[in-house]
Ligand binder design. Structure first.
Ligand code: CA
Length: 230
C-alpha cells in the first residue's frame, strides 16, 4: 500500500508542487488548505506523514502540530514543518512543538523527498520495535506476540494486521473499506464482508475463556476497539 501524506498548505501553487513531487515518488496525498481542515483530515484519513506549513489561516502550523501531538491517535504521527523564514528561533519553536523535522522554503524536490523518506524510515523502525497496549491486550509488533492479561492469543496473519490497525487508534470507528485498505492493502480487491469474517475470528480468539468483547460493531458501517462499548 502506498503511504499517504497529508499536505497542509494554503498557497495553491506550493501545494500543487508538493503533491506533484510526492505522487511522482510513489506517495498518495491528501490536501488541507487551513489548520482546521488539517486536524479534521488527520483524524479521518489517518495519514502516514504530515507536511505542515507554518503560516496558515485559522490555526498556525505550530498550533496544529501541538494539537496533533496531544491526541492519542496522532501523538506519534511523523510531521515535517515548512517555514519560509530561516530564523533560528522559528526552527527551534517548530521542533519544540513536536515536529520531527523542518524544511525552509524554497526547497528542492530532492531535498523534500529525502526528508520525507528519512522521517518515514525513522517512524517505521520505531513502530516495528513497538508494543501496543489497550484494554489489557498487548501486541508485540516485532515478535508478533499477542496477550490478553496473562493469556497468550494465537492469531493468523490477517487477524494480527486487523487487530494492529484497530489497536493503533482505539475508539476510532473504521469502515469496512478502511479496514480492507489498511489490513490487506489498497490494491487488493475483496468484498467488504471478508472483513466481517476476519473480525469474527479475531473476536473468537480475543474472547476465548469468556473475556469481555472489546470490539464494537457499528451496524452498516464498520468496527472499533472500545473498552466502554456498552
Ligand atoms: Ca502558508
Amino acid at each position: 500500500m502506498k503511504p499517504l501524506v497529508l499536505i497542509v498548505e494554503d498557497e495553491p501553487p506550493q501545494a500543487e508542487l508538493l503533491k506533484y513531487n510526492l505522487e511522482r515518488d510513489g506517495f498518495r496525498t491528501a490536501l488541507a488548505g487551513d489548520g482546521e481542515e488539517a486536524l479534521l483530515l488527520a483524524e479521518e484519513e489517518a495519514p502516514d506523514l504530515v507536511i505542515l506549513d507554518w503560516m496558515l489561516p485559522l490555526l498556525s502550523g505550530i498550533e496544529v502540530c501541538r494539537r496533533l501531538r496531544r491526541q492519542n491517535t496522532s501523538a506519534k504521527l511523523p510531521i515535517i514543518m515548512l517555514t519560509a523564514r530561516g530564523v533560528e528561533s522559528d526552527r527551534i519553536r517548530g521542533l519544540d512543538s513536536g515536529a520531527d523535522d523542518y524544511l525552509v522554503k524554497p526547497f528542492s524536490p530532492n531535498e523534500l523527498l529525502a526528508r520525507v523518506r528519512a522521517v518515514m524510515r525513522r517512524s517505521v523502525t520505531a513502530r516495528e520495535d513497538e508494543t501496543i497496549e489497550y484494554g489489557g491486550i498487548r501486541m508485540d509488533i516485532g515478535s508478533h506476540k499477542v496477550t490478553r492479561g496473562e493469556r497468550g492469543i494465537h492469531l493468523g496473519p490477517t487477524e494480527f494486521r486487523l487487530l494492529r490497525v484497530l489497536m493503533e487508534r482505539p475508539g476510532h470507528v473504521f469502515s469496512r473499506e478502511q479496514l480492507l485498505d489498511r489490513a490487506w492493502g489498497r490494491d487488493i480487491y475483496l468484498e467488504t464482508r471478508t472483513v466481517d469474517v476476519h473480525i469474527r475470528r479475531l473476536r473468537q480468539a480475543l474472547n476465548k475463556g469468556g473475556a469481555p468483547d472489546i470490539i464494537r460493531t457499528v451496524r452498516g458501517f464498520g468496527y472499533a476497539l472500545d473498552t466502554d462499548k456498552d
